[in-house]
Write a protein that binds this ligand. Sequence first.
Ligand code: MRU
Length: 371
Amino acid sequence: MRIDGVPTRTIRPAADGRTVEIIDQTRLPHALVWDRLTSLEEAAVAIQQMKVRGAPLIGAAAAYGVALALAADASDSRIEMAYGRLLATRPTAVNLRWALDEMRRALLPLPPGERAAAAWRRAGEICDEDVALNSAIGDHGLAILRALWEKRHAAGAERLNVLTHCNAGWLATVDWGTATAAVYKAHDSGMPIHVWVDETRPRNQGASLTARELGWHGVPHTVIVDNAGGHLMQRGQVDMCIVGTDRTTAAGDVANKIGTYLKALAARDNGIPFYVALPGPSIDWTGSDGLRDIPIEERSAAEVTHISGLAADGRPAKILLTPEGSGAANPAFDVTPARLVTGLITERGVCPASREGLLSLYPERRTRAAQ
Ligand code: MRU
């Protein structure tokens, strides 16, 4: 994506060749601040504190975390230690494990003296691959948006209304985003597309991140409270929902930001297509059961009891919302059962949210899935 006309990725190796630059997403939307990661620990903390977040970007940051870890010691035990430290940062996004496995696979067979350079190379490739995957997802998603727009336009509509939840955008990936890739391509092609942006309590990734990046790109959008989506659907003001995922099981169950499930229910009740955009590394092929086995991250109650923003004096502030002493629970993700998902938009095409659907796009998994 471009910021002020400059093509920009969310993560990049610094010019010194030894450190990594990230956009500190905890400072958005009000300040665009680049942070520098210089060590494994800084990478792990950046993921934990959600300076970088979004499943694909978590994977990319972890890959660079391994590269940072090997600066002084590239032994097998150091790789394993980095793997464990980074894997423990966030439990739900399966891209994290995928990226760490990729790094381990690339590095362990090499002599220690070659590992540090190879780690930087592989981390860079993972980033490049993410960009390509998301762009391809965007092409397949665009075909769906076009078909829908042709129908709506023929029926007299003046714009296509898409609803999205959380931030499955450029900021959640290295570039393009998953759910937003098709939106950007549609907008760039001249389609009058408008996005309803769920604010996505409690961390407000929609209000602060999706709105920010759609605004940077000039895509018309409106932020809504999470509970408004069902009402807008009933009024015929949503043509399609498109969201991302942190982990989709081989059977097509979709873990994504808390509240996604409720949007899928409302979409089904109103006959509105509900699509999930995902790259291959977001698929959990282990055979886990979506409702029972996916680890759902429990985050701090303070994210619910307090809200962050800019105070009247323009400084970042945290405001207490709840009575002192009220407890708060903060499950960060939920699982939308495959039956509520109209289709999965992947880099290889669109398929039904089912084991057969996914295997039709990833046939190389057929034998492994059967084992
Ligand atoms: O807790 P977050 O902000 O990391 O959660 C992000 C999401 O739930 C996104 O929708 C998901 O990672 C898909 S990103 C392309």
